[in-house]
Structures are given as C-alpha cells and as structure tokens.
Design a protein around this ligand. Structure first.
Ligand SMILES: Cc1cc2nc3c(=O)[nH]c(=O)nc-3n(C[C@H](O)[C@H](O)[C@H](O)COP(=O)(O)OP(=O)(O)OC[C@H]3O[C@@H](n4cnc5c(N)ncnc54)[C@H](O)[C@@H]3O)c2cc1C
Length: 443
C-alpha cells in the first residue's frame, strides 16, 4: 500500500487529551480538569453528547434500585440537574432523572466543559497516533485547516468506537454485532390527546404517562411482535394495509421530551437486513443503512400521523445526524467484564460504576425476534471495575478507555453501555488520569 504522507503542524501540548465528547468524554474531561489537569477534548462533530445528542438517544435509561436509590450520582446527576435548570430535563415518576431534550443538552454540556476550563476542539477527526515504546506520545487530528498533532501525558479514549484503542494497537474485540438504529423526532403531537388515549387503553401498564406540575407530559410506549402492546391494533391495521413493512414494525419505541410540548422522540427504526449483520465500522454498510433508515422513517412517521391519536397535525422535525451505534470495538483490557458478572451482581475492590441495567441485546440480522432483557439479581447491582478501563499491563500505559468501548464481553457491554454508566466510567477515567500525572511529577 502506498504510504500517505501529510504535512502537519504541532499544537501546544496538554496534560490530558480526551478523544471524543460523548457522555464518557465530557465526564472524563470535566473530572480531569476539576482535579487539576490541563485538558483538551477533541470531538469530530460540532457538538458534545455523542449518541445522546447526535443519535437522539433520549431519555437516559434508569439506573436505580428504586425511586429513592439512584446507582449513578456524581457528574451524571449534576448534568441531569443542569438540564432541569435549563428547561430541558425532568425526572420520570419512577425516579429516573434522565429525561432530557437533546438540543438543550448540547449547550448544557458546553457549559460544563467551558466552566471547567477545558479546551474544546470541535470538527476535528482523530486520524492517527504516535507511540514511543509503550506510551502514546501524540495524536494527529484533521480539520479544514489541515493536519495537526497534539501531545499529552495521558490519553482517554471516549470515542465510543474505540478509535484510539485501534490506532494505538492495544487489544480489542469487534466480533459480534448489535443492531444499529436511526432515530428521529416529530413535532406538533397533541400529547394530551395521546396521553389520555393511552391511559384509557393501556391495560398491561406498557405505556406509562406522567403529568408534571409545570404542564409537561412525559410518556412512553412501544411495539414489538412478541407482546400484546397497547398500540398493537394500530400496527395490525397498518401492516394489513401495507402502510408499514414488517421490518418497520419489528421494534418501535417512543418517548415525549421534557420542556418541549408536542415533541416525541423515537427509538427506531432498527435497521437489520435479513442476510448479514451490518458493521458500524464498514462505510459501505453505514452508507446503505442511512438511505434505508430514512425510507423506514418516511413510512413510520406517516403511520404515526395516520393512525395514532393526537398525531394528525404532527410532522417530522429531525432525523438524527448520527447513526445509533450500540457497540463496535471493545477493549480487551486488564479485566473483561462478563455476562456472569452482570447477572450475578458481582462487586469489585476497584468498582467505579454501579449498575442494575439489564443485558439488552438488539439482534442484528433477524427482524422478527427480540432478545428478552436479562437482569442482575432483584434488588442488587453489579459493578464495573477500574481495570475494565485499562489496556493490558504490557500494552500502552498512558491510555484509559471509558464509555461503550470498555473492556467487556459482548453481553456485558449490552448492559454497561447505558449513558449513566458511561458518565461514571468517564468520571473515574478523568480522575485516574490526573492522579497518574500528579504521581509522576512528584517523583
Ligand atoms: C439506538 C440506541 C438506543 C439507546 N438507548 C439508550 C437509552 O435508552 N438509554 C441509555 O442510557 N442509553 C441508551 N443507549 C446507549 C447509550 O446512548 C450509549 O452507549 C452512550 O451514549 C455512549 O456514550 P459514549 O460516550 O461511550 O460514546 P458516544 O456517545 O458514541 O460518544 C463518542 C464521541 O466520540 C466522537 N468521536 C468518535 N470517533 C472520533 C474520532 N476519531 N475523532 C474525534 N471524535 C470522535 C463522536 O463524535 C462522539 O461524540 C442507546 C444507544 C443507541 C445507539
């Protein structure tokens, strides 16, 4: 292969370089900066939040033992409180503080980073890394101005897809697949009409509705082939009339959005071809998925407008700029979190995140079969150890990994990947990076 030589300029160095500004990246950058490090955060897009904002993954899933006992606090809870203050957040009646408006979240995350003194570098793709023996020395970024390098003492890979893991040559796996989704939102839904219809017709409790004192209506509903959902009659009719294809109806989920009357966010469509799983790291696959996904959204949004109570005047207002990627690369680090750890509620001496979110695998190639959720023991939780954020000891020594690319087996990642856990992992990673720098400078 011909070697590509690109001229580059060197930018000033920093203590901690955070790659990627999703939930884990923001948490890592804020905790490193607040604990005394000089931090640069590199983000390939034009906003923070990653999947939460770019893929419209709202709300954050509940990580709590009951309404009183949240399992993630720290920076995660701070972000939730800031969202409420900004008019774009709320807690659901089950105690989940993580309902939010993805657009408001963008500036809330900006504010957290700017207040912490982090240097934000948007619109920069990390394309390469330089290594000296077992240390990362610098990364290379590309933007409209050209190619640049930045050196740092500690690096934290929060790219979700483990780009820095890959570029620095540490061990990882990328051998199994969850389905990808392309999420969207609709405006001008008459939520009161829809909420009242759900309350009247939901006999199984699958579509909870919550009226807040400020007039907001929080609600969620769903449909799959496996269960008698409240919305089933509408799907039966639309499938019979060919208004929906079978793959459009295989997984449907919707949530209203706090502080946004009439706005509904959809956790679908899930795009699963029959012949082979799609690879989020393969550009041909993701390009095909985007076109297919938008066609599915065209049909699903028309279905909502035609069939669902309160949707008559609604319209599509946003298709996610990012593909919703549940998992791609996973570090194989000092400890690989396992399915059994999750299901047995295992605790670790170096536990840095507590979670009771179930193993939630979205099948990647079969449209009609959803895998049941598998939970940790009732009333209990498992932990993610700090070692699941660290490459093996003989590999890169100044790299920490946080977020959905942690060191976990495929099934454990299916639980650990929720946003609350990504926040907790990022927070721990940032603290560790600063601690290691302080330890080195005191020698
Ligand atoms: C469809 C879907 C539904 C989900 N549902 C829920 C849910 O209901 N509740 C819940 O809590 N979680 C849910 N999740 C999981 C959760 O949203 C994600 O696992 C979590 O947000 C991942 O956070 P992260 O910080 O690890 O990575 P990401 O959010 O993916 O952030 C990575 C960041 O790195 C940047 N980046 C990547 N590569 C580079 C590069 N080379 N150079 C520079 N920047 C780069 C990206 O632009 C991005 O901003 C869902 C996920 C999906 C896809």
């Amino acid at each position: 292969m011909p070697k590509l030589e690109i001229p580059y300029k060197e930018l000033s160095s920093c203590d901690v370089l955070v790659a990627g500004g999703g939930s884990a990246g923001v948490a890592a950058a804020v905790s490193a900066s607040r604990s005394g490090a000089n931090v640069v955060l590199i983000e390939k897009s034009t906003f923070l939040g990653g999947m939460a904002t770019g893929a419209l993954v709202t709300p954050m899933m509940k990580n709590a033992l009951d309404t009183q006992h949240l399992l993630t606090k720290g920076l995660f809870l701070e972000a939730c409180k800031r969202l409420v203050k900004a008019g774009g957040g709320a807690a659901f009646k089950d105690g989940n503080p993580g309902w939010f408006n993805p657009e408001v979240y963008k500036w809330v995350l900006d504010e957290m980073c700017v207040e912490a003194g982090i240097k934000l570098m948007f619109d920069n793709l990390i394309i390469s890394a330089s290594i000296d023996k077992i240390s990362l020395t610098k990364i290379f970024i590309f933007n409209k101005g050209g190619c640049f390098s930045i050196s740092a003492k500690e690096f934290i890979d929060c790219t979700g897809d483990g780009d820095l893991i890959h570029l620095s040559g540490v061990s990882y796996k990328s051998n199994e697949r969850q389905a990808m989704s392309l999420r969207f939102m609709m405006s001008e839904v008459d939520l009161k009409v829809f909420a009242e219809w759900l309350q009247k017709n939901d006999k199984a409790g699958d579509s909870p509705v919550y009226f807040l004192d400020n007039g907001d209506i929080l609600l969620t509903s769903a449909y799959t082939f496996e269960k008698e959902w409240t919305l089933k009659p509408f799907f039966d009719e639309a499938l019979k009339n060919n208004d929906l294809k079978k793959e459009d109806a295989a997984y449907f989920q919707m949530f209203s959005v706090p502080g946004s009357p009439g706005l509904v966010a959809f956790n679908c469509p899930r795009i699963t071809p029959k012949d082979k799983p799609l690879d989020p790291l393969n550009n041909e696959d993701t390009s095909w998925l985007l076109v297919e996904g938008r066609q599915m959204i065209k049909r699903i949004s028309a279905f909502c407008k035609k069939y669902l109570p309160g949707f008559k005047n609604s319209y599509i207002c946003q298709i996610a700029p990012y593909i919703g990627i549940r998992e791609s690369r996973r570090l194989v680090g000092q400890y690989v979190l396992t399915r059994d750890d999750v299901l047995s509620g295992r605790k670790f001496e170096d536990g840095i995140a507590d979670s009771n979110w179930p193993i939630d695998i979205h099948p990647s190639s079969v449209v009609s079969h959803n895998t049941p959720l598998r939970h940790p023991p009732k009333g209990d939780f498992y932990q993610i150890p700090l070692r699941s954020l660290l490459p093996k000891e003989n590999e890169i020594k100044n790299l920490i990994v946080a977020g959905r690319c942690l060191s976990a087996d495929f099934e454990a990642q299916g639980s650990a990947r929720i946003q609350a856990n990504c926040w907790a992992m990022g927070e721990a990673a940032g603290l560790l990076a600063t601690k290691r720098i302080k330890q080195l400078s005191s020698i």
